[in-house]
Design a protein around this ligand. Structure first.
Ligand SMILES: CC(C)(COP(=O)(O)OP(=O)(O)OC[C@H]1O[C@@H](n2cnc3c(N)ncnc32)[C@H](O)[C@@H]1OP(=O)(O)O)[C@@H](O)C(=O)NCCC(=O)NCCS
Length: 179
């Protein structure tokens, strides 16, 4: 399995991954979100990674995006949000999702990110160190349908957070139905 930066020419494979991995009630919405990240038509650079399988015609079988959030705070706090993430169902449970996340976190540690935010199943994200308590200090821009899924991972030794902060996301994530 190889992880590389996603390219616009990966778009149709990435769409397929999301259409197959998510339930029909939300798969088109999240596939569109992933494609928006791929085309980067907003103001800050997102990190898009794909997993390439040698067994599936060298095409992407997994994708993840990380994008910067803008925090309103008097102290220096920087954060990225992990969204979206999916792996093609036929190759799930082989460590591909974990490899995408770990590769992304390593890359972010070189980009001066202090914290990584995620909205998903704690059963899955806990294994990477994401925590629901720390997440209470990062107030999401929309009301959460599943507040228990809101989690944060600290990846910097130098940044600390003691007071709750509000933040804004890049435009593809500014859709209340995603939260
Ligand atoms: C979540 C997802 C990306 C994980 O990818 P993956 O390549 O299968 O993950 P890995 O192989 O690294 O990890 C597999 C482990 O995660 C667990 N897992 C997978 N999805 C899970 C979930 N939603 N909740 C809890 N655990 C989950 C598996 O049971 C397995 O556990 P084990 O290691 O104890 O056996 C993939 O299942 C997927 O695309 N799901 C549908 C879309 C989705 O839910 N995306 C995340 C939205 S936040």
């Amino acid at each position: 399995m190889k992880i590389r930066k996603a390219e616009p020419s990966d778009a149709e494979w990435i769409r397929r991954i999301y259409l197959e991995a998510f339930e029909p009630n939300e798969n088109a919405l999240i596939a569109d979100l992933a494609i928006k990240f791929l085309h980067q038509d907003f103001d800050s650079e997102a990190l898009n990674l794909v997993a390439i399988s040698e067994n599936v015609e060298l095409q992407p079988v997994g994708h993840v995006a990380f994008s910067q959030v803008r925090i309103q705070s008097n102290t220096e706090i920087t954060a990225q949000i992990l969204a979206p993430l999916a792996v093609l169902p036929e190759v799930q449970n082989q460590g591909i999702g974990s490899l995408l996340i770990k590769t992304g976190l390593k890359e972010l540690s070189h980009r001066e990110a202090g914290f990584v935010l995620v909205y998903g199943d704690p059963e899955y994200y806990r294994r990477f160190g994401f925590d629901t308590e720390l997440a209470k200090l990062f107030i999401p821009p929309f009301e959460l349908k599943y507040p228990e899924g809101w989690q944060t991972l600290k990846i910097s030794d130098t940044q600390t957070i003691s007071q709750p902060v509000e933040f804004k996301c890049v435009s593809p994530l500014n859709q209340p139905e995603l939260w």
